[in-house]
Design a binder for this molecule. Structure first.
Ligand SMILES: *[C@@H]1O[C@H](CO)[C@@H](O)[C@H](O)[C@H]1NC(C)=O
Ligand SMILES: *[C@@H]1O[C@H](CO)[C@@H](O)[C@H](O)[C@H]1NC(C)=O
Ligand SMILES: *[C@@H]1O[C@H](CO)[C@@H](O)[C@H](O)[C@H]1NC(C)=O
Ligand SMILES: *[C@@H]1O[C@H](CO)[C@@H](O)[C@H](O)[C@H]1NC(C)=O
Ligand SMILES: *[C@@H]1O[C@H](CO)[C@@H](O)[C@H](O)[C@H]1NC(C)=O
Ligand SMILES: *[C@@H]1O[C@H](CO)[C@@H](O)[C@H](O)[C@H]1NC(C)=O
Ligand SMILES: *[C@@H]1O[C@H](CO)[C@@H](O)[C@H](O)[C@H]1NC(C)=O
Ligand SMILES: *[C@@H]1O[C@H](CO)[C@@H](O)[C@H](O)[C@H]1NC(C)=O
Ligand SMILES: *[C@@H]1O[C@H](CO)[C@@H](O)[C@H](O)[C@H]1NC(C)=O
Ligand SMILES: *[C@@H]1O[C@H](CO)[C@@H](O)[C@H](O)[C@H]1NC(C)=O
Length: 347
């Protein structure tokens, strides 16, 4: 019939459409990676080539899934690009991020990437892990990052990033936020509203303004590093009781207020460092309840009164610094395991 020819050619046409559809995505992804590779100073990406191993279209289509550092989901679309520590030079402006709609993990940490962080990162709607730490990235954190609704881990530490951290990041379900050792300024977003934040590191920047109110009830915190910024706040009121907290460092900020007895409820604390602020009042005896505490640094504050004898119960303590305060009376107790002890003045 006349129809059968038509139908056949229609069928052929849709077959070709199907083929080119199936091909389209993986090839666009592979091409985007190849275009980026050409601009990189690297020697580890030899496997990134589009050779036909046995003239087999299917293996051709998915061959980039076997490339070094690349892995695909079951549909053959790239799900992760992990090139940590390959020390290649280049920038991100030549990586067409709009080509990777299925990307879940992007880990380009510990390389020599320079230049801006592309706003197109916000297009990666499935991205759960982003690690760009330990590079030489500069410019600002794009506000489009607030569109990464699936992200749970954000590593941006050890770069040269300036400006404020977009407020909208507070709306994301982040478990880990790493911003330390950059040139960030402005306030910290109100993290820990949408998901139980565990790690917050923002040390060695120029963060200003109050300690986020959201941290007070953030009982999920495990590790907090906010030292060497210009954060203001009240140590009594801005921090709560954190049963999981293992490490907190708030040194060299502008915190006022006193040391609440609540700190004695952070039972898992191994290090408590609040040196170089303006904290006042006594050292509460409750700190003696911190059975795991190894490091206690409260030096260079305005603490007064006697060093509480309860600190003698801290059998795991090996570093204690209370110098540069207005504390009186050396404790009669003996810190048997102490290796470093700076009681009143700096030695
Ligand atoms: C990114 O790298 C390419 C290739 O080295 C270079 O031509 C381009 O100027 C760089 N772009 C930026 C913004 O640094
Ligand atoms: C490329 O890498 C080599 C070896 O690591 C280095 O010596 C060279 O300076 C780099 N070139 C650029 C333009 O980054
Ligand atoms: C394509 O390659 C796969 C594995 O490389 C092989 O199993 C298959 O038979 C090949 N198909 C054709 C049509 O050659
Ligand atoms: C970074 O990449 C390494 C492998 O290169 C991997 O083990 C690690 O889980 C990755 N981290 C993230 C956040 O993707
Ligand atoms: C992110 O990268 C840094 C530097 O390479 C590494 O130390 C850290 O473990 C990475 N994070 C994850 C979750 O893999
Ligand atoms: C975030 O996504 C929405 C919806 O896709 C879009 O309208 C908006 O421009 C995006 N915001 C940024 C800052 O990219
Ligand atoms: C957080 O999301 C809500 C609702 O989606 C929006 O109204 C609000 O402006 C967002 N907050 C920030 C800081 O972007
Ligand atoms: C650091 O940020 C400040 C603004 O807060 C800016 O004036 C300065 O140029 C930045 N420094 C670098 C090295 O980017
Ligand atoms: C913390 O939780 C307490 C009790 O659930 C509540 O009264 C208080 O308003 C919360 N504080 C903040 C800053 O969310
Ligand atoms: C407290 O620390 C112990 C060992 O150091 C660990 O086994 C336990 O899971 C921690 N508890 C919490 C609530 O993090």
């Amino acid at each position: 019939m006349a129809c059968s020819r038509k139908c056949l050619s229609l069928e052929l046409l849709s077959f070709w459409c199907l083929i080119s559809y199936v091909q389209a995505r993986p090839n666009a992804e592979a091409m985007a990676l190849l275009r980026w590779k050409e601009t990189l100073n690297q020697s580890s990406l030899q496997s990134w080539t589009l050779e036909l191993s046995n003239g087999n279209l299917t293996s051709h289509v998915h061959s980039h899934c076997k490339w070094f550092g690349v892995s695909c989901n079951k549909d053959g679309s790239i799900a992760s690009i992990n090139l940590q520590g390959e020390l290649f030079g280049g920038n991100l402006s030549n990586l067409d991020l709009s080509s990777f709609p299925s990307l879940v993990s992007l880990n380009l940490s510990h390389n020599n990437l320079k230049g801006d962080i592309p706003p197109q990162l916000g297009l990666l709607s499935n991205l759960a892990y982003l690690n760009l730490s330990l590079n030489y990235l500069s410019g600002f954190l794009p506000v489009s990052l607030a569109n990464l609704t699936q992200i749970s881990l954000l590593y941006m530490g050890n770069n040269l990033i300036s400006g404020t951290v977009p407020k909208g990041l507070a709306n994301l379900s982040l478990y880990e936020v790493h911003l330390s050792i950059n040139n960030f300024s402005g306030p910290l977003p109100e993290f820990c509203q949408k998901a139980p934040l565990k790690y917050l590191t923002a040390a060695l920047n120029n963060f200003r303004g109050p300690v986020p109110k959201s941290l007070r009830n953030c009982t999920s915190l495990v590790r907090v590093r906010l030292q060497n910024n210009h954060l203001t706040g009240n140590l009594d009121q801005d921090f709560g009781v954190y049963p999981n907290l293992n490490y907190i460092e708030l040194s060299y900020n502008r915190l006022k207020g006193g040391l609440s007895p609540n700190w004695g409820g952070c039972k898992n604390l191994t290090q408590l460092k609040i040196s170089g602020n303006d904290i006042t009042g006594n050292i509460p005896g409750e700190l003696g309840n911190l059975k795991q505490l190894g490091v206690l640094d409260l030096s260079s504050n305005q603490l007064v009164g006697e060093i509480p004898k309860e600190l003698g119960r801290l059998s795991t303590l090996n570093y204690l610094s209370l110098s540069n305060n207005k504390l009186s009376g050396l404790p009669a107790i003996i810190f048997k395991s102490l290796q470093w002890f700076y009681p009143i003045s700096d030695w």
